[in-house]
Design a protein around this ligand. Structure first.
Ligand code: GAL
Length: 333
């Protein structure tokens, strides 16, 4: 190679290195592969996670898949190709996303399952809330108030492991109440509120409006259920549940059309995940592991956080005090 050619190649490289040190370029690169941004919470997860990683000296490349598991798999491949040091995945499909983990491992990239477990693979870390507890907290709330009668269950997405855990939580509590009858149960692909609306319309027709409680797996589906109830002038009469403390749900709780939501302080999740990501990027074992969760293949080192039951009585002390929504946003004026 001639001297001139060498200068032509090495020169620009040195310039880039110099610029990187001057501009404080990222110490590590993280891929965040998101199933969806549909529910209000996911933008909060993304923004908090990204900001924290940047604070820790890294950078985040985000890809969101519109609820399409195939798209998510190809987006994740793309993130791996871009040379991320750690891949953080919120899986649309907890089974098929194992392909993402296998492929990342081929490139020696560790994978964190964020919020939703990925099954049957050698996952490096799982960071989430206890979703069985989420279901139990919802069911305990309404079963105490209505210990008998007809219940509908509106489950979340069948491809999301959390939806199954929430359902398990429902039944853990329901089995203690022999006078409660689950007369109708349906699943909502991609946690679709529209599907929930249709299901509840059908259930109400089928059972001639004779229902005391609708256990809905999240706030979005609860929105659909309450709309169906409102069409029959039953909103506020039939107790409903949800999770995520979405603003619309907090407003429904204040208005009395939703009984309870389960708040999962996203900041805790995003910050714990970001810290663990930085640790993995530095080749360390995440320091906040507090549990092992079996994913069908192995006991996955996990960081599990606790969800909180919120109704109209503790709305201010939990949601407003935590800065999740403001007093004005929830109560107006
Ligand atoms: C679940 C998550 C819930 C809810 C839902 C819809 O996996 O745990 O908080 O947001 O997805 O995206």
């Amino acid at each position: 190679m001639s001297k001139i050619v060498r200068i032509a190649i090495v020169g620009p490289m040195l310039l880039v290195l110099l610029l990187m040190s001057v501009t404080g370029a990222a110490k590590f690169k993280v891929g965040l592969s998101m199933a969806t941004l549909a529910e209000e919470r996911w933008k909060v997860d993304r923004d908090l996670f990204k900001a924290e990683i940047e604070k820790l000296g890294g950078e985040v490349i985000v890809a969101a898949a519109n609820g399409d598991e195939n798209l998510q798999n190809s987006q994740a491949e793309n993130l791996i190709t871009q040379g991320v040091d750690v891949l953080v995945v919120i899986a649309q499909n907890g089974e098929t996303a194992s392909a993402i983990v296998n492929s990342a491992h081929k490139s020696k990239v560790p994978v964190i399952a964020y919020d939703r477990l990925i099954k049957n693979c050698d996952l490096d870390l799982y960071v989430s809330f206890d979703s069985v507890k989420v279901g139990e907290l919802m069911a305990e709330y309404v079963c105490r108030l209505r210990p008998s009668g007809n219940y509908f269950i509106i489950n979340g997405s069948p491809t999301d492991n959390n939806a199954h855990l929430v359902r398990q939580g429902f039944y853990n509590v329901l089995k203690k109440y022999p006078k409660i009858k689950v007369v109708f149960e349906q699943w909502c692909d991609s946690w679709s509120p529209e599907k929930a609306l249709k299901h509840v319309e059908n259930g109400l027709t089928q059972f001639k409006n004779d229902v005391q409680v609708i256990l809905c797996a999240n706030d979005g589906t609860c929105g659909g259920a309450v709309q169906a109830l409102a069409e029959q002038k039953l909103a506020g009469k039939v107790l409903t549940t949800g999770q995520d403390a979405e603003l619309a749900a907090c407003k429904r709780i204040v208005a009395g059309t939703q009984a309870v939501t389960i708040y999962k302080p996203i900041k805790k999740l995003a910050l714990a995940a970001a810290k663990a990501t930085a640790e993995l990027a530095a080749g360390k074992t995440p320091s906040e592991i507090n549990e092992k969760v079996n994913n069908g293949r192995s006991d996955v080192p996990s960081i599990m956080l606790m969800p909180i039951q919120v109704d109209k009585n503790n709305m201010r002390e939990v949601i407003v005090a935590d800065g999740y929504h403001t007093e004005e946003e929830i109560y107006g004026k």
